[in-house]
Design a protein around this ligand. Sequence first.
Ligand SMILES: [Zn+2]
Ligand SMILES: [Zn+2]
Length: 258
Amino acid sequence: MWVAELRFRIIADTNLSIAEQQVRRYLETLIFNGQILGREFPTYQTDDAFCSRVVLPAQDALSTGHHSLLGKAAMEAFAQAGLAYPQLTLLGPDLMSSHTDPCTEAKHYIVFSHFAENVSPVRCAEHFAPVPLYRLQPTGSKQDHEELIRWQLQYQALDEVQMQQERVLHKSAEKALQGLHSTLNRQGRRFARRIEQQQGKTCYYYLYSGSSTDCQAEATKACPSCGEPWRLQESWHELFQFRCEPCRLVSNIAWDCQ
Ligand SMILES: [Zn+2]
Ligand SMILES: [Zn+2]
């Protein structure tokens, strides 16, 4: 991932709130197409410009070719708001985040989210590295990835809650993450299916497993979807001990039982 700065130069006598709205609108199209990561973008104003700090999944993430339709429309609106096209300065690699998938096109995928990482919710199944969403066909109704990113935000929020020692919503957060038929997981699996169909590549869905009522039976549990054995001989990516090919599911031995 790369830390970068976007500079929006003021080129005409403009109303500042209109200019600011335009910057916001453009950044939002980038978020929902997976071109910038995270949720907070410190933005400051200089004498002649607005500047925003962003994190990019790859150096070329903001090439116009990667923009969504909404991103292209936002680009067209800069002049009207009295701003020049954004100028990008790459500041350096982000030392805090994982490496983007090196594949030009991954051979298969895993939909995987975790509270601690602000990265794409889609991983290359070979390298277990995040795949920037703009490299995939649009999964959402607006020809971008807005719904998938909004789904990921909810997943991360629930994961964050159930990670805390003094959990305020222990059971409901864990049920949502762990239950095959929870709304969260039904939506997540729908995204995985869509990606598989659109990309023509296998796409697994990670089913979180945190606690179990029977740790002895945990290691030999069956696939919750088809009821067949799905235990792997060796852990996959040091994380998954279970994989069901027909159901496209991967999972782990419940954390509490490890
Ligand atoms: Zn890869
Ligand atoms: Zn199965």
